[in-house]
Design a protein around this ligand. Structure first.
Ligand code: HEM
Length: 724
């Protein structure tokens, strides 16, 4: 009968049924209608009132199973028990084959202008036009329960719910990729995932197989260098840029096209962790990044990124000394400046992680009119892979009908049936061409409707080749360009990361192969790594050596535009020894720092009024800056003595927080006197270095600290190899 009803009548009936049934939400069953711009609202289930029901609507009590007598066995007829347990037994779906660990949020993209001079894409067609988005950030190698701060490339996948269909930029926080041909992707992933016998290490590349692959496949070197530098360990998802990685095409209504690179530029500024800090954080708070994103959005400080493109003419793919279709190459900004097209703000957290973040299925193949692919062989393979793997994850082809995946416009096609079919198609003539449904749905083309069309210009060689173009051959010049563009301390971090990773290798052959490859980039790096490994470095191999640099690479030589939502730990005490009330001092500071939109946490021995966290639960990795109040110092909390041991926190924890924050390059301040006290200095805090502030005046202290937080990391505190 339902098939004979019009869609509106069907929904009307559902509405009528639900009028007598306060806990069913008929909108959860509806298909999309015109003008419906919220991706998930229609699927919300509101449990704020009503009785429990079974899965088909009957009211039930579901806390006790049905048994044969009070102390007897459970009955097979207990459909309530079976339904609940069966559903639970099937709660998990396969995690993503890669990028399993992630966090996401809803937001809005706003176009800065009418970009029809570049593209026919409707979401970029009008200044001020708003498009809903969902973004998922991720790491690549770790499984779904792995730690957020593992060193890794980070996924940055954005779904635009445009009024002409869904468009996904499935990118990363690093502008290049490890391989040039998608057929090698399983090899890459098998090499970085845990060992098949021991299933270790989790979310880490510091092992033989990863570096064996890296050193045998030099196309990996450029991405590897970015990952070994700060880009592999961002301060948070909010403090990283995003990249589409491949070169894409933007196509205009007249069919002409340009080659483009997508960029997301963080408005929070780029910032990274220190490797030691990232490792500690992985244990102390495995959820650090997802928590940071969630809390920033909850507090109304949703992060923002500007969408920018680098645009070049179709005939310039080989004009810059490398191939623009090679995804291991950046397009230096000196050749093509960034052109900002719009801004995205994330403002709403998911209501249900599984339904939204876990079930969103991004695809590089989700493109809209005005956007097109290029011949990049990695991109070409990705267009196939995501759809394929998502059919596996969902168990069928209907995952695009899930609320988070549905476009905000109606779907009309002849795809039918399959597991979990959610739509009720009225058209019984599901074939095309047809006359019995009056020829509908009609074919849309460039001239009829707003049909997608491929950019007509494509280079084809006309013969079949199983292999990569020789224009993809240079794997060493751009890693060197990247390295040359870092500050000396950032170069040191990169070298330290390679030292850390390669020191875990057991195979001497792999170590030697790594040195051979690095030596093609720089003999200096090879020598410095070899020294740490106790090996002899090879003689310089200088074919690809050069002194070129490019802009926009360094993380630490740019200050943050804003300190909003950064975290400050105020180390206080519940003791009022020697007359200074540490909690009063902490309160004064907290009030002042709130004016800067900083998130302050008062730390003390116990959770009395005015204390946010105990010393037992706190750690230097919780904070971007740390302030010691003199009252806590006078109470003896920082003394290097047995008298300072307390059962309320691990030995010397207050001192450890202050001095570790200092060692991790964070701003550290002392409130209540003109200089930090002796115990802190004895603990390693050098009051004469940049980024250490001391004052009895709250205003002076706050001003210094805010400046320090904008610098974020005081890199002068890190030693650099003497050989440089
Ligand atoms: C430029 C290179 C690449 C980038 C930037 C990239 C980026 C991403 C991102 C961001 C995700 C996570 C999407 C999400 O949050 O749900 C992802 C997932 C995935 N990627 Fe890639 N990837 C690249 C290369 C490849 C290649 C070459 C393949 C295979 C041929 C591949 C296969 C996959 C698969 C199977 C998933 C899991 C998808 C899912 O289950 O929904 N990726 N990738």
């Amino acid at each position: 009968m339902g098939r004979l009803l019009s869609h509106t009548t069907l929904l009307g009936l559902l509405g009528l049924v639900s009028a007598g049934c306060p806990f069913a939400d008929p909108s959860a069953l509806r298909a999309r209608a015109d003008g419906d711009t919220d991706p998930v609202l229609g699927a919300m289930v509101d449990d704020s009132n009503g009785f429990f029901t079974d899965d088909v609507g009957g009211q039930i009590q579901e806390q006790d199973s049905l048994r044969a007598g009070e102390r007897g066995p459970t009955l097979l007829e207990d459909y309530i028990f079976r339904q609940k347990i069966t559903h639970f037994d099937h709660e998990r779906v396969p995690e993503r084959a890669v990028h399993a660990r992630g966090a996401g949020a809803h937001g809005t993209f706003t176009s800065y202008g009418d970009w029809s001079n570049l593209t026919a894409a409707s979401f970029l067609g009008t200044a001020g036009k708003e498009t809903p988005v969902f973004v998922r950030f991720s790491t690549v190698a770790g499984s779904r329960g792995s730690a957020d701060t593992a060193r890794d490339v980070h996924g940055f996948a954005t779904r635009f719910y445009t009024d002409e269909g869904n468009f996904d930029i499935v990118g990363n926080n690093i502008p290049v990729f490890f391989i040039q041909d998608a057929i090698r992707f399983p090899d890459l992933i098998h090499s970085v995932k845990p060992s098949p016998d021991s299933e270790i290490p989790q979310a880490a590349t510091a092992h033989d197989s990863a570096w064996d692959f890296f050193s045998q496949q030099p196309s990996t070197l450029h991405t590897l260098f970015w990952a070994m530098a700060g880009f592999g360990i961002p301060r948070s998802f909010r403090h990283m840029d995003g990249f589409g990685v491949h070169t894409f095409r933007l196509v205009k209504d007249d069919g002409t096209s340009k080659l483009v690179k997508w960029h997301w530029k963080t408005k929070q500024g780029k910032a990274s962790l220190y490797w030691e800090e990232a490792q500690i954080l992985a244990g102390k708070n495995a959820d650090a990044h997802r928590q940071d994103l969630f809390e920033a959005i909850e507090s109304g400080n949703g992060p923002e990124w500007e969408l920018a493109v680098q645009v070049v003419d179709e005939d310039q793919a080989l004009a810059f000394g490398f191939d623009l279709f090679d995804p291991t190459k950046i397009l230096p900004e000196e050749y093509a400046p960034l052109q900002k097209l719009g801004v995205m703000k994330l403002h709403t957290n998911p209501t249900n992680y599984f339904a939204e973040t876990e079930q969103i299925m991004f695809q590089p193949g989700h493109i809209v009119r005005g956007v097109d692919f290029t011949e990049d062989p990695l991109l070409q393979g990705r267009i196939f892979s995501y759809l394929d793997t998502q059919i596996n994850r969902h168990g069928g082809p209907n995952f695009e009908q899930l609320p988070i995946n549905r476009p905000v416009i109606p779907i009309h096609n002849n795809n039918r049936d399959g597991a979990g079919q959610n739509l009720i198609h009225k058209n019984i003539h599901a074939y095309s061409p047809n006359s019995l449904n009056d020829g509908y749905p009609q074919q849309a083309s460039q001239s009829s409707g707003r049909g997608f069309f491929s950019a007509p210009i494509r280079s084809t060689s006309g013969r079949l080749v199983r292999g990569l173009s020789s224009t993809f051959d240079d794997h060493w010049s751009q890693p060197r360009l990247f390295y040359n563009s870092l500050t000396p301390v950032e170069q040191q971090f990169l070298i330290n990361a390679i030292r850390f990773e390669t020191s875990h290798l057991t195979s001497t052959t792999v170590k030697q192969n790594v040195l051979t490859q690095i030596n093609k980039i720089s003999n200096d790096i090879a020598v410095r790594v070899a020294t740490a490994l106790g090996l002899e470095a090879p003689a310089p191999d200088d074919t690809y050596y050069h002194d070129n640099t490019t802009i926009g690479i360094s993380i630490t030589n740019v200050t943050l535009p804003s300190v909003a939502t950064l975290k400050v730990g105020i180390l206080a005490s519940t003791s009022k020894a020697n007359g200074t009330n540490a909690l009063d001092q902490a309160k004064t500071l907290k009030t002042r720092l709130a004016n800067e939109n900083l998130t302050s946490t008062v730390v003390a021995e116990t959770l009395v009024d005015g204390v946010d966290k105990t010393y037992s639960a706190a750690d230097a990795t919780d904070f971007d800056a740390v302030i010691v109040v003199s009252g806590a110092d006078s109470a003896g909390l920082f003394a290097l003595s047995a008298a300072n041991l307390s059962p309320l926190y691990p030995p010397l924890r207050p001192l450890q927080i202050a001095t570790t924050a200092y060692l991790f390059g964070k701003p550290v301040a002392y409130f209540g006197a003109a200089a930090p006290s002796d115990p802190l200095v004895a603990g390693g805090l050098d009051p004469k270095t940049e980024g250490v502030y001391a004052s009895a005046d709250v205003e002076t202290l706050a001003t210094g600290l805010v400046g320090g937080l904008k610098t974020f990391k005081f890199t002068g505190r890190y030693p650099v190899d003497k050989t440089t």
